[in-house]
Design a binder for this molecule. Structure first.
Ligand code: ATP
Ligand code: MG
Length: 760
């Protein structure tokens, strides 16, 4: 080709070049945000290939997210062109772990076709185990055990290796034993969970040196991005693999370690030199991503952390614009202000692909989504479904749709057994049969079934209760305020309670989302109006717009970059998140601060921070005080901007953020106390991408019931002889509309639905 031999090195600075070209032996690139760590990794792959040191298949590269690995594949492809000999092993720990485990499944008592359970499946399996062990699931929720087991797996611990006494709090010390039972069940099912994808290979490597040797021969070079967020299991896995050729290159930034709550150990960075003697450490100090003001603000902020290695970051570009901080009255104004700014950027021909909104907690997204829908701004949500598509929101909406219209079958089917009421598939199938043959809505079929004997007494009673509830709620809807109604429905149906009982880490976030849903209804006149809005919003397909604003959590934004970054919700309790502070004290605060650092350093040209003086949290208005992180930003790089028109007349205090308090009070005053109270109530947690969208939507019942003629359904007469699939032959003793009372020869007298019998 016409390319120079090492064209790919052009444009790299000397330290980057060194990092690319130091191929032999362990190498750690320790450097701040935007210094080109990921770029070094990609170029390194190109260099290895160009110098013929390895074939693509002899390179292993680990990224933190699938998105990152796609991007790296893309970059590698553009650097080396189409390589005939295949691509490097390039993916997340999980995807590479899967690949390895499939090749040696038999060594883990699995078939290579093993399935990988998702969180839902995992929970279901654990429930079965708990019930087999007669453990009260109400006291010892499956999700809590799942969380414990995941924690062990993140630490690389098999059941036997769990230290005695750990997990003792679960089911009177049975945690470890249940873990063992769970692993056994997985094996019988020929299945693994996510944790096994690393744990099993670790075990195989340890127990079968020949297998490990095979990989030592294979992987001549290993590369790891975002090394600061590896957990112990990942670390052990890497260390085993790297024992061979020892050509391991890890890049990371201790200041961007943000997954401590999920078991990541920033200490892995500190251990690197110890575990890989002779390791070379290269630091990169030039930041190519962000303009100087942005970088200055971020560096100054992160300097408040004590537990850090410390490093220099030098901007390469211009000063650019200062980081802006704007206060708003409440979260609604915040969303309006950001929406307005985005429209302005649009008019200035800024590509929406270069605009991101990064939130601390996913419940914050709803207000932006609604705003974008109203404005017609295309957007995408990364790392989770859109607000109205989340499982808990769809469930709640289904309840409200049933209240609003008793003939909304899809909605009814979705919630008839959510929360679990013992109305299984068979019951739903019967209801569907009734509804179909009588041409009535499911709700009515349920009412009918409650009155007849097609079903067993227990489900009948349950259906009676449920349909009566709906009647009561629909009645209440005529007089009650729709937000109160919604709250009542979610409470009385047991739906809210279901998530309260749930100990999984995302349950609190789901409860928060439910509150946010009720809150969002406030803006509409009535239930009907709200539901119409939602169906329009859900229907608005911005899927094919070329350019979209990106909406995601700060956790999901790692490694990415945008021209314009909006950072809303910088308030005490939300950011730093109260739960991190409560559970992890100073370490928690420092992790939150690293998250703030990650957020600001995503921006190339503009970083815009917002806080609201009032936010509705858990359905209650809370006055909020600005985040302490705002006070930690340096004046030289930050300007407090006039609030946009929507909230310009609020008269914020003359100076910086500490005066901005909606009721004119400062710290140590009633406002502060209110904030403290709020902290107590605000314990919810909606970290990261913990949302598992419900798969598949409402259950679709397969297979029709035997078709029954409805044409003659109404024409039964007393004394007629009929046949019923379940009860056999009998004589009609009473006719009431489409309900018949039949004296069956064997089953005795039953009330049945006419379409379920046929004349004989
Ligand atoms: P993060 O810590 O956020 O993951 P990073 O250290 O991985 O950041 P990269 O994403 O690799 O940084 O690089 C940041 C930006 O700087 C990218 O747009 C990249 O193309 C650019 N960049 C990196 N090195 C150089 C260079 N030598 N010259 C010009 N631009 C560069
Ligand atoms: Mg990177």
């Amino acid at each position: 080709s016409g390319r120079g031999a090492k064209d790919y090195l052009a444009g790299l600075n000397p330290e980057q070049c060194e990092a690319v070209q130091t191929l032999d032996g362990p190498l750690l690139v320790l450097a701040g945000a935007g210094t080109g760590k990921t770029r070094v990794l990609t170029t390194r792959i190109a260099h290895i290939l160009a110098t013929g040191r390895a074939r693509p298949s002899e390179i292993l590269a680990v990224t933190f997210t699938n998105k990152a690995s796609r991007e790296m594949k893309h970059r590698v492809a553009s650097l080396v062109g189409d390589v005939a000999e295949g691509m490097p092993w390039l993916g997340t720990f999980h995807s590479i772990g899967t690949k390895i485990l499939r090749r040696h499944a038999e060594l883990a008592d699995l078939k290579s076709s093993f399935t990988i359970l998702d969180t839902d499946d995992q929970i279901r399996l654990i429930k079965q185990i708990l019930s087999a062990e007669n453990i009260d699931e109400k006291r010892w929720p499956a999700r809590s055990l799942a969380w414990t087991i995941d924690g062990w797996k993140n630490r690389g611990l098999s059941p036997k290796e769990v230290p005695a006494g750990e997990g003792a709090s679960f089911a009177n010390g049975k945690g470890k034993q249940l873990y063992e039972a769970y692993q056994e069940r997985l094996k019988t099912l020929n299945a693994t969970d996510f944790g096994d994808l690393l744990l099993e290979p670790i075990r195989i490597f340890r127990e079968s040196p020949d297998v490990l040797a095979q990989y030592h021969r294979r992987f001549k070079f290993m590369l790891v991005d975002e090394y600061q967020d590896t957990n112990v299991a990942q670390y052990l896995w890497l260390r085993l693999l790297a024992q061979g050729p020892r050509n391991l290159c890890c890049v990371g930034d201790d200041d961007q370690s943000i997954y401590g709550w999920r078991g990541a150990e920033v200490d892995n960075i500190l251990r690197f030199e110890k575990d890989f003697p002779g390791a070379k450490v290269i630091r990169l100090e030039r930041n190519y991503r962000s303009d100087a003001h942005i970088l200055g603000a971020a560096s100054h902020l992160i300097a408040h952390n004590q537990g850090r290695l410390g490093k220099t970051l030098r901007p390469q570009g211009e000063d650019g614009e200062m980081v802006t901080v704007a206060g708003s009255w409440d979260s609604g104004e915040e969303a309006r202000a950001i929406g307005e700014e985005i429209e302005q950027f649009q008019r200035q021909d800024v590509s929406l692909d270069e605009v991101a909104i990064l939130v601390r907690a996913s419940f914050q997204m709803r207000e932006f989504e609604d705003r974008f829908m109203t404005l017609g701004v295309p957007y995408r949500v990364i790392g989770g479904p859109r607000f109205y598509e989340r499982q808990e929101i769809r469930d709640a909406l289904a309840y409200l749709r049933c209240v609003n219209s008793a003939s909304d079958d899809l909605a009814f089917e979705r919630i008839v057994n959510t929360p679990k009421r013992g109305l299984g598939d068979a019951t739903v199938q019967t209801l569907n049969g009734i509804a179909r043959s009588a041409r009535i809505p499911l709700m009515e079929a349920a009412r009918m079934a409650a009155d007849t004997e097609e079903l067993k007494p227990k489900p009948r009673q349950t259906l009676r209760d449920l349909t009566q509830c709906f009647q009561r709620w629909s009645h209440a809807a005529e007089t009650m305020k729709h937000t109160d109604l919604a709250e009542m429905v979610l409470d009385e149906s047991g739906y809210t309670e279901m998530w309260r009982q749930d100990r999984s880490p995302d349950a609190a976030g789901r409860l928060e989302n439910l509150k946010e849903l009720v809150r969002s209804m406030d803006g509409f006149e009535n239930l009907q109006g709200f539901l119409e809005h939602v169906s329009l919003v859900m229907d608005t397909d911005t899927g094919d717009a070329d350019e979209k604003v990106t909406l995601m959590t700060l956790h999901a934004a790692k490694g990415l970059e945008y021209d314009v970054v909006f950072l809303p919700g910088w308030e005490e309790g939300l950011f730093p998140h109260q739960r991190s502070l409560d559970e992890n004290g100073r370490a928690g605060l420092e992790e939150e601060r690293r998250l703030a650092y990650v957020g600001i350093t995503r921006a190339k040209k503009r970083a815009k921070i917002y806080f609201a003086s009032n936010r509705r949290i858990h359905g209650m208005w809370q006055s909020s005080i600005p985040s302490r992180f705002l006070d930690e930003l340096p004046d030289t790089h930050v300007e407090v901007v006039e609030a946009p028109a929507a909230f310009s007349n609020r008269g914020f205090g003359e100076s910086r953020f500490d005066r901005i308090e909606p009721f004119g009070s400062t710290y140590n005053t009633p406002g502060w106390q209110r904030a403290q109270q709020r902290r107590e109530t605000f314990t919810a947690n909606s970290f990261g991408n913990g949302y598992s969208g419900r798969r598949g939507g409402p259950t679709v019942i397969e297979g029709e019931l035997v078709a029954k003629s409805t044409a003659n359904a109404a024409s039964y007469e007393l004394g007629e002889r009929v046949f019923h699939d379940k009860f056999g032959y009998g004589d009609i003793t009473e006719v009431e509309g489409n309900k018949l009372t039949v004296q069956f020869d064997k089953a005795g007298q039953k009330r049945v639905i006419d379409s379920f019998v046929k004349r004989v």
